[in-house]
Design a protein. Sequence first.
Length: 143
Amino acid sequence: MMRIVLVMTFVCVGCGGPRLSPVEGVVSLDGKPLAGAAVQFVPQGKGRDATGETDSAGKFTMSTLTARDGVQPGTYKVIISPVVGSADTATYGSAEEAMAAATKRSAPKSTTSTFPQKYARPDLTPLTQEVPVKGKITFELKN
Protein backbone atom coordinates (compact mmCIF):
# COMPACT_ATOMS: atom_id res chain seq x y z
CA MET A 1 0.00 0.00 0.00
CA MET A 2 2.83 2.39 0.82
CA ARG A 3 4.37 1.80 -2.65
CA ILE A 4 1.13 2.82 -4.36
CA VAL A 5 0.99 6.07 -2.36
CA LEU A 6 4.62 6.86 -3.22
CA VAL A 7 4.11 6.11 -6.93
CA MET A 8 1.01 8.31 -7.05
CA THR A 9 2.89 11.11 -5.31
CA PHE A 10 5.71 11.03 -7.89
CA VAL A 11 3.26 10.82 -10.80
CA CYS A 12 1.28 13.86 -9.62
CA VAL A 13 4.33 16.04 -8.99
CA GLY A 14 4.52 16.77 -12.74
CA CYS A 15 0.75 17.30 -13.12
CA GLY A 16 0.87 21.06 -12.63
CA GLY A 17 1.97 21.86 -16.20
CA PRO A 18 4.95 23.95 -17.23
CA ARG A 19 6.42 26.55 -14.85
CA LEU A 20 5.65 30.02 -16.23
CA SER A 21 7.13 33.43 -15.41
CA PRO A 22 5.16 36.67 -15.81
CA VAL A 23 6.35 38.77 -18.76
CA GLU A 24 5.08 42.24 -19.61
CA GLY A 25 6.47 45.27 -21.30
CA VAL A 26 6.15 48.06 -23.86
CA VAL A 27 6.82 48.27 -27.59
CA SER A 28 7.59 51.56 -29.29
CA LEU A 29 8.39 52.43 -32.91
CA ASP A 30 10.58 55.48 -33.47
CA GLY A 31 9.85 56.67 -29.93
CA LYS A 32 6.04 56.32 -30.15
CA PRO A 33 3.96 53.53 -28.55
CA LEU A 34 3.15 50.80 -31.08
CA ALA A 35 -0.55 49.98 -30.70
CA GLY A 36 -2.19 46.82 -32.03
CA ALA A 37 1.00 44.85 -32.61
CA ALA A 38 1.39 41.11 -32.14
CA VAL A 39 4.30 40.05 -29.94
CA GLN A 40 5.49 36.46 -30.27
CA PHE A 41 8.24 34.69 -28.32
CA VAL A 42 9.63 31.71 -30.26
CA PRO A 43 11.68 29.33 -28.07
CA GLN A 44 15.28 28.67 -29.07
CA GLY A 45 15.20 25.16 -27.65
CA LYS A 46 12.52 23.28 -25.78
CA GLY A 47 9.41 25.21 -24.88
CA ARG A 48 6.25 26.70 -26.26
CA ASP A 49 5.52 29.85 -28.19
CA ALA A 50 4.07 32.70 -26.16
CA THR A 51 2.01 35.55 -27.56
CA GLY A 52 0.78 38.97 -26.61
CA GLU A 53 -0.78 42.05 -28.19
CA THR A 54 0.01 45.70 -27.52
CA ASP A 55 -2.69 48.08 -26.35
CA SER A 56 -3.00 51.75 -27.32
CA ALA A 57 -0.05 52.64 -25.05
CA GLY A 58 2.14 49.89 -26.56
CA LYS A 59 1.87 47.72 -23.41
CA PHE A 60 1.66 43.93 -23.63
CA THR A 61 1.41 40.90 -21.34
CA MET A 62 2.52 37.48 -22.61
CA SER A 63 0.39 34.33 -22.64
CA THR A 64 1.35 30.69 -23.18
CA LEU A 65 -1.52 28.43 -22.07
CA THR A 66 -4.13 30.91 -20.84
CA ALA A 67 -4.47 34.69 -21.00
CA ARG A 68 -1.66 36.57 -19.25
CA ASP A 69 -0.19 33.44 -17.62
CA GLY A 70 3.43 34.13 -18.59
CA VAL A 71 6.25 32.37 -20.44
CA GLN A 72 8.33 29.25 -19.78
CA PRO A 73 11.93 29.97 -18.73
CA GLY A 74 14.39 29.97 -21.62
CA THR A 75 15.80 31.98 -24.51
CA TYR A 76 13.44 33.34 -27.17
CA LYS A 77 13.54 35.09 -30.53
CA VAL A 78 11.03 37.94 -30.44
CA ILE A 79 8.81 38.67 -33.43
CA ILE A 80 6.76 41.87 -33.48
CA SER A 81 4.33 42.64 -36.27
CA PRO A 82 1.15 44.60 -36.94
CA VAL A 83 -1.95 42.59 -36.01
CA VAL A 84 -3.57 41.11 -39.10
CA GLY A 85 -6.69 38.96 -38.67
CA SER A 86 -6.81 36.50 -35.81
CA ALA A 87 -3.85 35.40 -33.71
CA ASP A 88 -1.95 32.19 -34.50
CA THR A 89 -3.07 29.79 -31.80
CA ALA A 90 -1.32 26.72 -33.19
CA THR A 91 0.96 24.68 -30.98
CA TYR A 92 4.23 23.68 -32.58
CA GLY A 93 6.40 20.68 -31.74
CA SER A 94 9.63 22.60 -32.12
CA ALA A 95 11.08 26.06 -32.57
CA GLU A 96 11.87 25.16 -36.19
CA GLU A 97 8.21 24.39 -36.92
CA ALA A 98 7.08 27.65 -35.30
CA MET A 99 9.64 29.67 -37.24
CA ALA A 100 8.70 27.96 -40.52
CA ALA A 101 5.01 28.75 -39.93
CA ALA A 102 5.76 32.38 -39.03
CA THR A 103 7.95 32.78 -42.12
CA LYS A 104 5.14 31.52 -44.37
CA ARG A 105 2.66 34.06 -42.98
CA SER A 106 2.57 37.33 -44.87
CA ALA A 107 0.94 40.60 -43.89
CA PRO A 108 -1.04 42.82 -46.29
CA LYS A 109 1.17 45.48 -47.84
CA SER A 110 -1.29 48.33 -47.21
CA THR A 111 -1.04 48.13 -43.39
CA THR A 112 2.64 47.29 -43.06
CA SER A 113 4.38 49.49 -45.63
CA THR A 114 5.85 51.73 -42.91
CA PHE A 115 6.53 48.90 -40.45
CA PRO A 116 10.13 47.57 -40.54
CA GLN A 117 9.66 43.96 -41.66
CA LYS A 118 12.89 42.75 -40.05
CA TYR A 119 11.05 42.65 -36.69
CA ALA A 120 8.19 40.58 -38.17
CA ARG A 121 10.41 37.88 -39.69
CA PRO A 122 11.86 35.14 -37.48
CA ASP A 123 14.87 34.77 -39.76
CA LEU A 124 15.72 38.50 -39.56
CA THR A 125 14.64 39.73 -36.13
CA PRO A 126 17.49 41.08 -34.03
CA LEU A 127 15.33 40.82 -30.89
CA THR A 128 15.92 38.13 -28.27
CA GLN A 129 14.72 37.77 -24.71
CA GLU A 130 15.76 35.64 -21.76
CA VAL A 131 12.96 34.47 -19.42
CA PRO A 132 12.50 34.88 -16.49
CA VAL A 133 12.93 38.62 -16.67
CA LYS A 134 13.41 41.17 -13.94
CA GLY A 135 10.94 43.99 -14.34
CA LYS A 136 9.26 45.11 -17.53
CA ILE A 137 10.72 44.69 -21.00
CA THR A 138 11.06 47.55 -23.46
CA PHE A 139 11.41 46.90 -27.19
CA GLU A 140 12.37 50.11 -28.99
CA LEU A 141 11.97 49.47 -32.72
CA LYS A 142 13.51 51.76 -35.35
CA ASN A 143 12.49 52.31 -38.95
